[in-house]
Structures are given as structure tokens and as C-alpha cells.
Design a protein around this ligand. Structure first.
Ligand code: AMP
Ligand code: ZN
Length: 468
């Protein structure tokens, strides 16, 4: 399996630090609003990379944070007259709903910056003790000049950057030793959330959060660090500086960055105001269509959002779903027993499509080609299964389509709609199981319903339910 490493600008063979295991960190969103579909791109593409590595047999420890302390969160809290915590908790919950809709698996751990302040203070202190950071009136800066590898990820010419930044220096920032020095800790302003520290009551800088959370949940060295390409500089460059100076080890072996999702060929972003939230898209489309759209391009190619492309993704997904439901229909009335000799020969051809799929994914997660391989498989299934086919043959075709779609996180089987009466019956069964202290069965029913899009609410007036 090859991965394009931003640091070396080459596709490299993936060799994990520990055989069979992958430690992966993906920078998560700042939670001050609903996520937009630009934010959804890294979620979907790196979730797909994770799923593929799991398919290949790796155990993936996947960590993705929520940045829950930030100027934008504070501004939104002031605007609404509520606490910053209320804002971040609200949008984390909303983000998780969107992730579920897009079939993005929850991370192994979703750390929150505000829960990791002690670790940040420790790392900053170590950096000060080692001479990599300095405190000026309660603000702690990282001394970039001291880290000889600074700039290795972004391949930037630092002298040019310094010269450029110097002329842009604003008052208050000139207490820095070097224009490229960045903040590790800053004193609070009136009304802002803050934590005590040896330097001032204040809060951490953004970059230190990820260095600390990655170290705590994955260790000092990780296999893959990922995020959108806007994070290469300064965020990831600064994370490398902090982590490598603190731990004395190479931080991440591979750096992966997705290209932007654009609209009218400009980056979709909150600040430009040219965005759609995932929630808005979900009102018009099944979010599986959004996922399909994202995966129809390579993650390192810019992708332009348009209604036409969404429509063609919808049609393409429908073609796969139609093939699956057709095969399921055939399977119901097909003859039991072994495949015929001719069918066995055909079934052996399935291997070719799987190989094509794997070759594409092994080549730096080329999801566009992987989807093309799935379409070839669908075409093959459509033209080889009919009313005469055995159940075993039809099921092997259908199983293969579902398996490959599942690796992409694409749900190719339409959810069966449960009738209201069926839901009521299951709820009654769950109540009875609980009464009999059979909690395992009760939980099983709850998850069975959840899988079919039904959420149960245990209220004082009894159990209520709603469809997702
Ligand atoms: P933010 O909340 O801005 O820190 O962004 C969270 C993640 O979304 C980061 O990995 C960003 O690089 C990524 N991101 C933001 N906007 C876009 C976009 N238009 N296209 C692709 N990725 C984006
Ligand atoms: Zn980060």
C-alpha cells in the first residue's frame, strides 16, 4: 500500500511503526457552528482510508479531536449570551449526527481540547525547560529558530516568510524574538474561558492541542497525521516543531492532506460565506450521495461542488443500489444448492474486480478508480445473474458488491423501512426483557432499531421513539 507523503512529496510504501497496527491522528473541526461540506471532506476521505486499512487487516487506532476552545467559539457564545461550553457541546453533538449520516465511523477516541489542559501545560513547561519556548508577560512563544527542521513539511523558504512577516508585524506581537515564533499559551481577556498556569491565567494556542492529544492517545510517534491542505502551514509545521522538540523523536511517519472542496472554483469556507452545511445538504439528498460525491474524486485533487455532480452521484449510487436490490430479489426465488460449473467459473472472475479495487486503493487511496472497479462489478452482476441462477451464485455477486461498498463506507443496501406496528412490538419486547432483567436482549433491540434509523427515548411517560 502506497501513501503520498506531503513531507517527502512522494508516494511511499506504507510500513507501520508496529506490524499490524496503525496509529492515525486527524485534525478535527472547531465547533462553533454546523460543519460545512468542506469540513466533511477530510472526515469522509480519512474515514475511508481507515476502513480500507481495517479491511487489509490493520488494527487502526484513529484519533480525531474537537477544538472546543477558540476565538470563534467565544465570539459565538458572546453573541448568543451563553457559555462557550454550551456552544461547543451543542455543535459537537450536531457534528456527530452529521458524521453518522455520512456513515463516518466514530473515532477510537474523540478528545476535547478543554479536557487536556494539564497535558498542554506539561508540554509547554518541557519546551521552556529545553530552551524551545519563552515566556513574555504571561504569553509563551515557541522559539522556531531553535528547531533546525522547521519548515520541513511545508517546504517553505523561511527567510522569505520572516521578511514578509516582519513588515506585517502588528504592535503587541513585537515582543516575539522572531516573526515566525508562535503562541503556545496566551493570557485570558475579560470574559474568556481560562485555566491557571505557571505563566498566566489563560488558554492554550491551537497548535499545542493536537501535539498533546496525539501524544496522549497514540504515543510520541504515530504512523499517519492527516487533515486538510490548509493545515500544512502553519498548523502541522508547528505541531512537528512542538512534538519533536519535546519528545526528541520523529513525530509522524506519513503526512496526508486532502485538497479543498471548492464552489465556483473557490475554497468553500465560513469566512467567504460560500458554503453549504452538511445539514442543508441532508434536506435535499441522502447523505450517502454526499459521501459518494466526495469519493468520486481522488482526495488530493480539488473537487468542485455543483448540483450537476450531486445529481450524477445520486444516479450512480442508485445504479449500485438497484443492482443490489435486484440480486436480493432474485435470491429470494433462486434455487438452493451448489453453483453450476458455469457459475463457478463466473464467480472466479469476481477476484479480478476485487483486485482492481485493491490496486486502486493501494495506490494512495484512489477512491475514484476503486468506484470504477465497483461499477465494473455491478455491470458484471447485472449481465450474469437472472431467474435461472442459483441462490449461491446470486448471493456471492451481491455479497461482493456489498463488501466493496462497505469498505468505502457506502451503504448499498437501502434501509428496510420498519412499519410502526413492528416498532411498537419490538419496544414491548424490550420492556418485557428489561422487566425480566434480560438487559442483553433489551440492548440488542435498541441497537437493532437504531440500525434501522429508529431512536428510542426512555421518558417518564414511557418509551417514545422517532425516526432519524
Ligand atoms: P476547521 O474547523 O476550519 O479547523 O476545519 C476542519 C477541517 O476541515 C480541517 O482539516 C480543514 O483543513 C478542513 N477543511 C476546511 N475547509 C475545507 C474545504 N473547503 N475543503 C476541504 N477541507 C476543508
Ligand atoms: Zn491539529
Amino acid at each position: 500500500m502506497k501513501i503520498f507523503n506531503t513531507e517527502t512529496k512522494r508516494k511511499e510504501e506504507f510500513v507501520p511503526l508496529e506490524p499490524g497496527k496503525v496509529r492515525m491522528y486527524v485534525c478535527g473541526p472547531t465547533v462553533y457552528n454546523f460543519i460545512h461540506i468542506g469540513n466533511a471532506r477530510p472526515m469522509i476521505v480519512f474515514d475511508t482510508a481507515r476502513r480500507y486499512m481495517e479491511y487489509k487487516g490493520y488494527e487502526v487506532n484513529y484519533v480525531s479531536n474537537f477544538t472546543d476552545v477558540d476565538d470563534k467559539i467565544i465570539a459565538k457564545a458572546i453573541e448568543e449570551g451563553v457559555s462557550a461550553q454550551e456552544i461547543s457541546e451543542r455543535y459537537i453533538a450536531e457534528c456527530k449526527k452529521d458524521m453518522e449520516g455520512m456513515n463516518v465511523k466514530p473515532a477510537t477516541t474523540h478528545p476535547l481540547a478543554t479536557q487536556e489542559i494539564d497535558g498542554m501545560i506539561d508540554m509547554i513547561q518541557t519546551l521552556i525547560d529545553k530552551g524551545y519556548a519563552y515566556n513574555v508577560d504571561g504569553t509563551v512563544y515557541f522559539r522556531t529558530r531553535k528547531f533546525k527542521d522547521y519548515g520541513k513539511l511545508s517546504h517553505k523558504n523561511l527567510d522569505d516568510l520572516r521578511a514578509g512577516n516582519r513588515s506585517l508585524l502588528v504592535t503587541g506581537e513585537d515582543q516575539k524574538e522572531d516573526p515566525l515564533d508562535f503562541v503556545l499559551w496566551k493570557p485570558k481577556k475579560e470574559g474568556e474561558p481560562s485555566w491557571p498556569s505557571p505563566w498566566s491565567d489563560g488558554r492554550p494556542g491551537w497548535h499545542i492541542e493536537c501535539s498533546v492529544m496525539s501524544k496522549k492517545y497514540l504515543g510520541e510517534q504515530i504512523d499517519i497525521h492527516a487533515g486538510g491542505e490548509d493545515l500544512i502551514f502553519p498548523h502541522h509545521e508547528n505541531e512537528i516543531a512542538q512534538s519533536e522538540c519535546c519528545n526528541g523523536k520523529i513525530f509522524s511517519k506519513y503526512w496526508m492532506h486532502n485538497a479543498f472542496l471548492n464552489i465556483d472554483n473557490r475554497k468553500m469556507s465560513k469566512s467567504l460565506g460560500n458554503f453549504f452545511t452538511v445539514r442543508e445538504i441532508s434536506e435535499k439528498y441522502d447523505l450517502q450521495v454526499l459521501r459518494f460525491f466526495m469519493l468520486s474524486a481522488h482526495y488530493r485533487s480539488p473537487l468542485n461542488f455543483s448540483a450537476e455532480l450531486m445529481e450524477s452521484s445520486k444516479n450512480a449510487l442508485e445504479r449500485i443500489r438497484n443492482a443490489v436490490s435486484n440480486l436480493e430479489f432474485l435470491a429470494k426465488s433462486a434455487a438452493d444448492g451448489e453453483m453450476t460449473a458455469a457459475e463457478q467459473e463466473k464467480a472466479a472472475e469476481l477476484e479480478t474486480y476485487r483486485q482492481k479495487f485493491e490496486e486502486a486503493m493501494d495506490d494512495d487511496f484512489n477512491t475514484a478508480d476503486a468506484i470504477a472497479a465497483i461499477f465494473e462489478l455491478v455491470k458484471f452482476a447485472n449481465s450474469n445473474a437472472d431467474g435461472e441462477s442459483t441462490k449461491a451464485f446470486v448471493e456471492s455477486l451481491c455479497g461482493e458488491i456489498l463488501r466493496l461498498c462497505d469498505v468505502m463506507g457506502i451503504i448499498a443496501k437501502e434501509k428496510e423501512e420498519l412499519l410502526d406496528t413492528e416498532i411498537e412490538r419490538l419496544i414491548e419486547e424490550r420492556q418485557a426483557a428489561r422487566k425480566a432483567k434480560n438487559f442483553a436482549r433489551a440492548d440488542e433491540i435498541r441497537s437493532e432499531l437504531l440500525e434501522k434509523g429508529i431512536t428510542l427515548l426512555d421518558t417518564r411517560e414511557g418509551v417514545k421513539w422517532k425516526r432519524a
